[in-house]
Design a protein around this ligand. Sequence first.
Ligand SMILES: [Zn+2]
Ligand SMILES: [Zn+2]
Length: 570
Amino acid sequence: MTIHPKPFEQWQQPPKNDELRLIPIGGLGEFGMNAMAIHTAKTLLLIDCGQLFPTEEQPGIDSIVPDFAYFEPFADKIDAILLTHGHEDHIGALPYFLERWPVSVYGTAFTLALVAGKLKEHELKIEMIEVNDFDKLTIGRGGMQAEWIPVSHSIPDSCAIALHTEQGIIFHSGDFKFDPTPVDGRRTNTDSIEKLGRAGVRALVSDSTNVHMPGFAPSESLSRDGLARIFNETEGRLFLATFSSHIHRVQIALDLAKGDRRKVCVVGRSMEKTIAYARRLGLLNCNDDIFIDSKDVEGHQPHKILILCTGSQAEPLSGLTRILKGEAKGIHPSPGDRLVLSARPIPGNEVPIIKMLDRAARLGLETSTDGFEPIHVTGHAHRDDAAMLMDLLKPEYVIPAHGTYRLLQSHAQLAHSKGWGADKAPLLDGGQCLQLFSDGTSRLAGEVPTGKCFVHQGIENRVDARVVHDRLIMQEDGIIVATIQLNKHGQLVGEPTILSRGFVILNDDEAYSGLLKETVRKAFAEAPMEVIADRELLSELLRQSLKRIIRKTTQTRPIIVPMILDAKKG
Ligand SMILES: [Zn+2]
Ligand SMILES: [Zn+2]
């Protein structure tokens, strides 16, 4: 089934009694911002509420969150947010959503520990309901039940969620793989999944991240072998950067450090926090005496030290970035030490990571990344994992989620190859609503309003997409301000002035500045009276004239700001 770009005209009307709407608010057609609305006449909930990290293409932006416009007409009807796990692409937009609609949040212990930290930062008090594996709870007033099923993923306490609705069972996989030998023993629970399959599943919403990769996803235990070799071969200090939430990887690192008699110094606030949460919940197995403070690092032989830090994505404020800039007290990398990035670069972060590795090389650090050793394995289903989930559940609909459009497409093709017809594996690009009815029929209703919101310095500060676009243009082509002065008769007084910042040609080219002034003068001279009388029209006319001549002569498109001032006299 191809996508239907037509709008869903009646989206603001509540669903009819026999109707269930399944709406990807984010996360389909892009990586990050995972959020799936499930809406019936009696229940409205959101599964996951994630953010997207900005890249260099969004200068000055701290976070990108979904546009939750769909919820506005139903503000007093929202029942809850259900969380599959605690990764930022699933919980990162919570403060933003909850600040507007403070509904209850359901999740497992580790997930809620991460959420609690986040809500505290934003001073939000929200009811959090901790669930256990296999819990089946009634959500809201409508009687819909949600069941949490343990899955294996690169963060503790991950779950799939099965919704028991009047329109049948909706199974949301969350992020998962079938790891036969997970580090913490948490295997994706095939018994419960099979049982749901036997009961009959209406729709499966499933992880597409690695669906283009052949075979099954490798086991997390495999990264232990690659890392063990690096521990063995490194004579100096070891710097290991990974995601702070990757407690399984942290466990492997701590085990290897113990075997190698290395002391561990943790650098990075989020790494310290998540290790504390995980230890409190019994999810990380280690003794206190393995950890040392950064001020004691110099007192140990280099080959007796492991620095465990955040910063695998070259985040500017992370532990690793601070270490490499010499800003982490007591920690001085030197030749013979080794840096290990035990994480996959998130698409868009490649350039800053390369720059960071260069900085490390200048300090004399050897570097190991995923390209050279099996020091990182994915937490996401490969092709055979995705196929196996379909086989176990035998759903009527397979809905590819969590991925860019091409990945969703390849997931749908996998479903086709396994016998699902085109209409039974719909490609729901962001905002495309699938309606499931109680009588077994379904309909692609069209698109509801969705999009990205750019957040800068605090959840209440939304930045319009146009502002982000303007910043990019200013960064690339600069800005030109053209000013004219008019007297009360609407006549030009004096010379137009042209000022510029970041625009290449004008810097010290008087002839070019003259050309632009002449363009302004000529546009004004030829302007009809009614345009001169209307400042907005006149401003637009000047802008267009300058835009044309600048594009023709320089092939650039700076931001052009015409200013029309009242002359003081004349
Ligand atoms: Zn995810
Ligand atoms: Zn995840």
